[in-house]
Design a protein around this ligand. Structure first.
Ligand code: SF4
Length: 338
């Protein structure tokens, strides 16, 4: 839960999740929809999927007990080297290394590593340094936490507090005076820019929502019908074509509500949001899994990804619906009409 999310934000979700799934067995037995519901609001649903797959692996392959070694932990879905090292060293006192962003910074400066840490070979070197450090002593968990804490509080990215650092006399970068320029990170590839449309389609007080395919980005999550389009600024015809391809419905009059943006790891999505005033036909799904007609207040309970939440907020229909949200919607609609 804490990946890319702040502790203060996570705490209420953590309690709610544990109320639903108090142990590994209950998480393994739950339906994916229930797991998604308990996860709603945290985003990045692949984490919830991985967590449940890992719970099933723990039940099937480890008699319900979390394994203790890095190798076994790494075989669980969604557990990478960092999490495996953290669990093995902090929970089970195994001599396992952790290399997070803070440790990368501390080690690069201590050892005077002046090569791009974005390269795999360089990261491998940092891991092997960290492993040699934890296996040279005891209390690997405490050591790992101390290294991370040193990076978070003393060996800061800008203006490191070298004068109060306990490692000062062993630090290459402090001697060379270039601590602030380390670690070296070559600029990352820019995310791919993509556009999509989403349409609020309401019939007899119910709104149409569709479930995305089982695999791929935002798998299994629910959203307003629409889809990706090739053009940056969609015309009404593009939006109609996208909805028709996704649902088989023909849309009459369309009203633009505005647009929202969402950054995924490798993609920057601009979602153009519309309201359909008239539709014709019956729903025939293309690649999507399912559809539902729901009362607007029920949308908040659906497992949904960040772009859908933002689209609903723009429409003044999100869980955070408030006079401010309504004002934003009004402003967006006014801007769209200009
Ligand atoms: S001496 Fe300065 S650069 Fe070196 S580890 Fe300590 S805080 Fe970081």
């Amino acid at each position: 839960m804490l990946q890319q999310t702040r502790v203060e934000t996570v705490i209420p979700y953590w309690h709610r999740f544990l109320e639903h799934f108090p142990d590994v067995a209950s998480l393994a037995d739950a339906s994916q929809e229930d797991v998604y519901s308990a996860w709603t609001g945290l985003g990045y649903y692949s984490r919830a999927r991985n967590l449940q797959t890992a719970a099933r692996q723990i039940m099937d392959e480890h008699d319900g007990a979390l394994p203790k070694t890095v190798d076994e932990l790494r075989r669980l879905q969604g557990i990478g080297p960092y999490t495996a090292g953290a669990v093995a060293s902090i929970a089970f006192d195994r001599p396992a290394a952790i290399v997070d962003g803070n440790v990368v910074r501390v080690l690069s400066r201590l050892r005077g590593l002046r090569e791009d840490v974005g390269q795999k070979a360089i990261m491998d070197r940092l891991w092997s340094w960290s492993e040699s450090l934890v296996s040279a002593g005891r209390r690997a968990g405490d050591f790992n936490q101390a290294m991370m804490e040193l990076g978070a509080t003393v060996c800061l990215p800008r203006a490191p507090l070298c004068l109060s650092c306990p490692l000062r006399n062993h630090c290459d970068a402090e001697r060379s005076g270039d601590a602030e320029s380390l670690p070296i990170k070559a600029s990352r590839k820019k995310p791919k820019v993509v556009s999509a449309v989403a349409v609020w389609i309401e019939r007899r007080g119910k709104v149409l929502v569709v479930q995305r395919p089982e695999t791929g980005l935002m798998a299994n999550l629910w959203e307003l019908p629409g889809g990706e389009i090739d053009v940056k600024k969609p015309q009404e015809a593009d939006t109609r074509a996208a909805v028709r391809a996704a649902t088989g419905l023909a849309i009459g009059q369309l009203e633009r509500a505005g647009q929202v943006t969402h950054l995924f790891t490798h993609r920057k999505l601009t979602l153009h949001v519309h309201v359909a005033r008239r539709i014709e036909g019956r729903v025939h799904l293309g690649d999507l899994q399912a559809f539902r007609w729901l009362a607007p207040h029920a949308l908040a309970d659906l497992p949904q990804a960040g772009p859908m939440r933002k689209a609903l907020a723009l429409l003044g229909r999100g869980p955070e619906e408030s006079p401010r949200a309504r004002m934003r919607t009004g402003q967006a609609q006014m801007q769209a009409k200009k």
